[in-house]
Design a protein around this ligand. Structure first.
Ligand code: AMP
Length: 301
């Protein structure tokens, strides 16, 4: 595995590889790897000649009072994990390398960024799209792998790439969950034992949504109520629990086609998000809750 912390070096390596007729797979992250991150590296490894993983805790996507300073970091463990997954280049730029001047140019995707996480984090997605656009520009033509755990982020990045004709195939990968269903997240590291127990309420709520839909419920309000009732039993109060059309995140009153149920909740110091997607055609319902892994947060990070 090659280490790069200079933009010019990463660009040169990617250009060389493509020049020789090979393909590049990109996995952008903020580090502190868990199985969710590793699943993206594996997907990229399976399809591309050169796998580039980036670790950059991007100040632009953190709002005031958020956890930029305390965001968990462990470069030694991340390096070993990336190496074990067969990553070819680990790109770990500094903040001045990525933003040598105060940033006056940002990328804004309208509409898609306004509800869900965008309501509580109004500058977050501009930070994400700006740094991801820079990474796409540095790496060049490639396929880029993102988790469906951050469903809104995936939709926003996909739309940015389409609208700006960026030569990048944006690939969405399944939500990876702990053995008890809690979605893996670097921020799970903030949770005490009690809070970790309570975090199960997010997944329980989403499972309740899937169950009522499988039993024939199609009213978005009642699906939402089912999510909330189940989460409350676990002591979870949502920042939001929403039922949206998956394709464009538009609010819907009745469930049909591909539907997203997305939730966010503060648990202790952490703000956790999760979602389930369902494909609904008449009585037929196919639920995608992602994949459960046996690895624990402790053993994978
Ligand atoms: P982060 O380091 O949190 O910015 O995440 C980097 C990438 O990993 C993003 O594309 C996330 O959607 C993805 N990711 C994070 N957690 C999970 C998870 N539990 N399952 C699948 N992908 C994930």
């Amino acid at each position: 595995m090659i280490f790069a912390d200079r933009i010019a070096d990463l660009r040169e390596r990617c250009d060389e590889v493509r020049g020789a007729g090979h393909t590049v797979g990109l996995v952008p992250t903020m580090g502190f790897f868990h199985e969710g991150h590793l699943s993206l590296m594996r997907a990229a490894r399976a399809h591309h000649d050169l796998v580039v993983t980036t670790i950059f805790v991007n100040p632009l996507q953190f709002g005031e009072g958020e956890d930029l300073e305390s965001y968990p970091r462990d470069l030694a463990a991340d390096t070993a994990a990336a190496e074990a997954e067969g990553v070819d280049v680990l790109f770990t730029p500094s903040v001045p390398e990525m933003y040598p001047e105060p940033t006056v140019t940002t990328v804004h995707v309208a509409g898609l960024t306004e509800g869900l996480c965008g309501a509580a984090r109004p500058t977050h997605f501009d930070g994400v799209t700006t740094v991801v656009a820079k990474l796409f520009s540095i790496v060049g033509p490639c396929a880029a792998y993102f988790g469906r755990k951050d469903f809104q982020q995936l939709a926003v990045v996909r739309r940015m790439a389409a609208d700006l004709d960026l030569p990048v195939e944006v690939v969405g990968c399944p939500v990876v969950r702990e053995h008890d269903g809690v979605a893996m997240s670097s921020r799970n590291a903030y949770l005490s034992a009690d809070e970790r127990e309570r975090a199960r309420g997010l997944f329980a709520g989403l499972r309740a949504a899937a169950a009522v839909v499988e039993n024939g419920e199609r009213d978005a309000g009642r699906v939402r109520a089912a999510v909330q009732a189940e989460a409350e039993r676990h002591g979870v109060r949502f920042e939001y629990a929403e039922v949206r059309r998956a394709a464009d995140l538009a609010p819907i009153a009745a469930l049909d086609g591909e539907v997203l149920v997305a939730v966010a909740a503060p648990i202790g110091q952490a703000r956790l998000i999760d979602n389930v997607t369902m494909q609904i055609a008449g009585d037929e319902v196919s639920v995608d809750l992602g994949v459960i892994t046996l690895a624990t947060q402790e053993s994978s990070s």
